[in-house]
Design a binder for this molecule. Sequence first.
Ligand code: GSH
Length: 220
Amino acid sequence: MIELIQFPWSPFCIVQRRILEFSGAPFKITNIPNQDRSLVWKLTKQRYYGVPILRDGKDVIFEVDENSQVIAKYLDSKFKLGLFPNRWCDVQSILWRDIENEIEGCTFRLNDIYWKEFVPARDQLQFLRFKERKFGRGCIDQWRKDQKTWLKKLEAELMPFEMMLTHLPFILERHPRFVDFDLFGMLENFLYSGHYELPKAHKQIQKWHARMKTIKQGKV
Ligand SMILES: N[C@@H](CCC(=O)N[C@@H](CS)C(=O)NCC(=O)O)C(=O)O
């Protein structure tokens, strides 16, 4: 059985989890502490420490650079999900850069503001230290002060997707493609703390999000 190694609020893990659910294949989730990547390090033979990774029998699948989609492409080809049709190759690769940088930049900060509510107490010191080493001392307090600005930026970044969804049930066409799952993962990370709702102005995104929560392969 495929094993997804993850932690629950990671936007990138949510993307792969939803793709696995969509496929209908049985899979197992192994949650690791955000700050302890020793299992990932061991399984990837000291080549990767990020999450998510997949274990499928003897194979271990992980990303090779910031913009690779190795895991999603592996699942797509194994379960014939049609997430990466050739005709959308270039468009999807431009969109997922936007989703994973501009949109994720808003969503993870807005969720991290509430980190004390979801990071287990034993992991909090290392969580804060990791964030402050990467983004500077006091970064999370600053994001909390700037919360309204980050919410506005998220709303603005989502506008092109709202427009694309005005005429279609999914971002590119009548069936979900990789970018639908990618955007879904970022937005579920935003909603993870339970303190937010999707922007009220984006009615199409709200309907699409409800569809994305439950769709199954073959029933779209
Ligand atoms: N492009 C990668 C990004 C994965 C990523 O950034 N994962 C974060 C967790 S959300 C991570 O593990 N970062 C490295 C670290 O925390 O040390 C993907 O799609 O999987």
